[in-house]
Design a protein around this ligand. Structure first.
Ligand SMILES: *Cc1c(COP(=O)(O)O)cnc(C)c1O
Length: 369
């Protein structure tokens, strides 16, 4: 197995993040099989959900992805450098004045208002652009009546007509069916244009949601797109390990960390870990007397965090480990080895998407597979 190292070297930093590119490829192939006969695109916005274009994009291309979605023009530029032949859509729409840049890097805007369509046409943008229709989320996109007007004017034929589901993570939410019905009507307005509605959850749900092109993101990276369960057969992609910088003992009744919010109930041994909120480890996953926090794996055993999460440090309770099980410099596993991004997210009161996209630049990054 080949591997590529990026970021600060291990001896100079506190953590290492291993990204399993073969797991990403396997997840893509699973999604592509669910998407079929529709094409399966890949959403790589926010630097591939924090995991790093270009390595991730190249793995997806090798696995068969040909159409990619990013959020911003600068992301499209970075992706274009990695994938000279890919079709690239920019989800955030047309920034005023950005049409010429998009044309120059051969990226396609996802146009979301009549004003954006007008500007794109005026700049000679042509048919390489998607049209985003809002079918009930009230975020981006033309209203249904604006879509009708655009279709009637016939001055612009998009390369893709798309919409986005608000509640795909809850498959039997009534809004899904409403949005599907609305999108089927929109599609009639652009009968010769490929259509796209599905994110990860809707791709895995399959059926009528697939249309011509699916757009999964989180599931590629091993996140469970369904709330709260069940998890589909996706492979975990990230492993996050953090260094034990110090071992210490503390007595029963002593406090741990800022604010003294956790009191030790017994004589304890603590491992101080080189991980904090400045690394993107969500502060809400910390522990206090009133509410226990996340857990990490040390020497093969699950150990609870103790006290608040600092900017760069956090404590774990290793009292239940054998006496000499760990030493300074060993690693604790924060994600991976059975700890999923979704479990950590639940402890932190958030979603797997936020856990991934916050993983910061301070880790040594290892691209494996
Ligand atoms: C982010 C995004 C996706 C991917 O969603 P996942 O839930 O990560 O699969 C698809 N379409 C649009 C418009 C998006 O913004």
């Amino acid at each position: 197995m080949s591997s590529l190292h990026q970021g600060p070297p291990e001896t100079e930093t506190g953590g290492r993040l291993t990204i399993d590119l073969s797991a990403i490829a396997a997840n893509y192939k699973l999604l592509a099989s669910r998407a079929a006969p529709a094409e399966c695109a890949a959403v790589v916005k926010a630097d591939a959900y924090g995991l790093g274009v270009p390595s991730v994009a190249q793995a997806l291309w090798t696995a068969g992805a040909r159409t990619f979605f990013v959020a911003h023009v600068f992301e499209a530029r970075a992706l274009r450098a990695a994938l000279p032949e890919a079709i690239i859509y920019v989800l955030s729409g047309l920034n005023p004045g950005s049409a010429s840049i998009l044309l120059e890097i051969n990226a396609r805007p996802v146009l979301g208002s009549p004003g954006e369509v007008e500007e794109w046409v005026a700049k000679g943008g042509g048919a390489s652009a998607a049209l985003h229709i809002d079918t009930g989320m009230n975020r981006l996109g033309l209203s249904l009546s604006e879509a009708e007007e655009t279709a009637q004017k016939n001055a612009f034929r998009p390369s893709l007509v798309m919409s986005h589901l608000a509640c795909a993570d809850v498959p039997n939410h009534p809004l899904n069916k409403e949005q599907l019905t609305a999108f089927e009507a929109v599609r009639q307005l652009f009968p010769d244009t490929p259509a796209s509605l599905a994110n990860s959850a809707a791709t895995l749900s399959g059926g009528a949601y697939r249309f011509d092109l699916c757009r999964p993101g989180i599931a590629l990276y091993g996140g469970n797109p369904f709330h709260p369960h069940p998890a589909p057969d996706l492979k975990p992609v990230v492993k996050l390990q953090t260094r034990i910088v110090q071992l210490r003992e503390a007595g029963r009744g002593e406090k741990v960390g800022y604010g003294g919010e956790e009191t030790l109930g017994r004589p304890s041994r603590l491992a101080i870990l080189s991980l904090g909120y400045a690394d993107g480890f969500i502060r809400a996953a910390g522990s206090r007397d009133a509410q226990k926090g996340a857990e990490v794996i040390i020497a093969g055993k699950s150990c609870p965090l103790v006290g608040r999460i600092s900017m760069d440090l956090i404590a774990a309770d290793i009292t239940d480990l054998p006496e000499n099980a760990v030493k300074r410099g060993d690693y604790a596993t924060v994600l991976g080895d059975g700890i999923t991004i979704d479990e950590l997210a639940q402890k932190a009161g958030t979603i797997g998407y936020e856990i991934l996209t916050r993983l910061g630049p301070r880790f040594e990054r290892i691209y494996a597979g």
